[in-house]
Write a protein that binds this ligand. Structure first.
Ligand code: BES
Ligand code: MN
Ligand code: ZN
Length: 499
């Protein structure tokens, strides 16, 4: 799909479809008013007949509207004007695209970006319209013999206003939206791939390909390299599997090398059976999504590389399967992490923290500005925050606030949870420096407490995406989150540093 930004009169668009908003109850937006005036009240008549009230997300397709040069007009409900927040706007845009895809329109001109979304500038509306448009054409059908996307006609989308938009601001917002959408779609593709395809080796090869495409530096450490580094914790997760583990690094240097990088660490468990602490069978297929942290790191790097963002970012991905095999780790085993700390593995299903801790120690060699890890780490996070917000924990208040701001700006929710020392006690072991589980209470926090023991040398935040990385049920599929949050975080940081 191609996008452009223009200003003009909605009645004068030679297009297959012009899209304008209607507020509740039957209040026309500027663009709708213009069309209505040209058509001598044709649109208000239809509304007054009771065919549309303007409820958020509703749509009405009109043909042959008098005195227009477009083939169709699509009315989109925006809900109450005083309640037009992010969510309503994004829903309305989504509804508009869904309706457009039902028509045969090859192109469309949308007059939605000038509608007043509370606390949002036009650049936000441009970026998020692009993201929603790209979402509407995403189908996880790479492995179906017939692609659903092939039914779609829409090729050209013009984002239009009745008044002028600053072209620099508009272009930037458009590029940001496209890059973020591209990163999200890569993240979704990886998440949705079946676990027999998306293995640790597959992720490693993809990182190499990305390095070629975007001129990045990729490095893949093999198991013997990890042995040499003393990554006993990471390797203990891999030892039950016949797929070799990989430690993947992908470096993007958008500024001078002497400037410290932001390090992103992504959990890359390409399938989590639980190991010897085997998970129940129901919905176990969804544990193919246990590499969504890794996928979000790759997606975010793709987004910032596409934008050529002036910032240094290093992605580190510990990738492995968690399988029960003859050689698998047993509950009670004690392993030594790269940091030298010993861990009693009481539950082999708490494997994410075991691979992350060694990757976090490995991150030290980059002398990071900050480190952020992203992981589908705990079922407890789904219980606490559902599928709405990611869990955010940090050893630095300022960094946490920075991430919360980015999350707010990106409409990619996160919620700050405490990391008080009081919780550390739950990780006590009689036989090792710590246990890998802390009991049922505060499971998300004790998991982060475990990680905090490996992140003492730098400012660090942890994002638990167990509830937000994918959807279950009929709409089963990866969401591409938290790529918007991370891309926004890096964009804001890069802007702060210029020149
Ligand atoms: N990958 C899971 C976490 C998970 C569970 C994500 C459900 C999304 C949905 C993780 O490796 C895991 O199994 N965690 C355990 C930890 C427990 C054994 C302390 C969990 O949450 O049950
Ligand atoms: Mn697990
Ligand atoms: Zn897991």
């Amino acid at each position: 799909m191609e996008f452009s930004i223009k200003n003009g009169n909605p009645g004068k668009q030679r297009s297959a479809c012009v899209v304008v908003g209607v507020f509740e109850t039957r209040v026309l937006t500027e663009a709708a008013k213009t069309l209505d005036k040209n058509a001598n009240g044709y649109i208000s008549d239809i509304l007054n007949n009771g065919d549309m009230e303007g409820k958020a997300g509703s749509t009405l397709l009109l043909h042959k509207v008098p005195n227009t040069v477009c083939k169709r007009v699509l009315l989109v409900g925006l809900g109450k004007k005083s309640k037009l927040h992010d969510k309503e706007y994004r829903n309305a845009v989504q509804a508009a695209f869904n309706a457009l895809h039902e028509t045969g329109a090859l192109d469309a001109v949308l007059f939605l970006i000038e509608d007043p979304v509370i606390k949002r500038e036009i650049s936000w509306k441009i970026s998020h319209t692009v993201i929603m448009a790209m979402k509407s054409v995403y189908h996880p059908d790479q492995l179906k013999s017939k692609h659903e996307g092939s039914k779609q006609h829409l090729r050209k989308v013009t984002l239009s206003t009745t008044s002028r938009v600053d072209s620099d601001i508009g272009e930037k917002a458009l590029q940001w939206g496209l890059a973020t959408a591209h990163g999200m779609s890569l993240t979704k593709d990886l998440g949705n791939l079946p676990p027999n395809v998306c293995t640790p080796s597959y992720l490693a090869e993809l990182a190499m390909k990305m390095a070629k495409t975007y001129k990045l530096k990729a490095t893949v450490l093999e198991q013997k390299d990890m042995e040499r580094l003393g990554m006993g914790s990471l390797l203990s997760v891999a030892q039950g599997s016949s797929q070799p583990a990989k430690l993947i690094t992908l470096e993007y240097w958008g500024r001078k090398k002497k400037e410290k990088p932001v390090v992103l660490v992504g959990k890359g468990v390409t399938f989590d059976t639980g190991g010897i602490s085997l998970k129940p069978a129901a919905e176990m297929d969804e544990m193919k999504y246990d590499m969504c942290g890794a996928a979000s790191v790759l997606g975010t790097i793709a987004a910032i590389a596409q934008m050529r963002l002036p910032i240094n970012v290093v992605g580190i991905i510990p990738a492995t399967e968690n399988m029960p095999g003859g050689n698998a780790t047993k509950p009670g085993d004690i392993v030594t992490s790269m940091s030298g700390q010993t861990i009693e593995i009481l539950n082999t299903d708490a494997e994410g923290r075991l691979i992350l801790c060694d990757a976090l120690t490995y991150a030290e060699r980059y002398e990071p500005e900050v480190v952020i890890d992203i992981a589908t780490l705990t079922g407890a996070c789904v219980i606490a925050l559902g599928h709405v917000a990611s869990g955010l924990l940090s050893n630095n208040e300022e960094l946490a606030m920075e991430l919360l701001n980015a999350s707010e700006q990106a409409a990619d929710r996160a919620w700050h949870l405490p990391l008080w020392d009081d919780y550390q006690e739950q990780l006590k072991s009689n036989f090792a420096d710590m246990a890998n589980i802390g009991g049922r209470a505060a499971g998300t926090i004790t998991a982060a407490c475990f990680l905090s023991r490996f992140t003492k040398k730098y400012r660090w935040a942890h994002i638990d995406i167990a509830g937000t990385a994918w959807e279950s049920g009929k709409k089963k599929g990866a969401t591409g989150r938290p790529v918007p949050l991370l891309t926004q975080f890096l964009t804001t940081r890069a802007a702060r540093k210029i020149p």
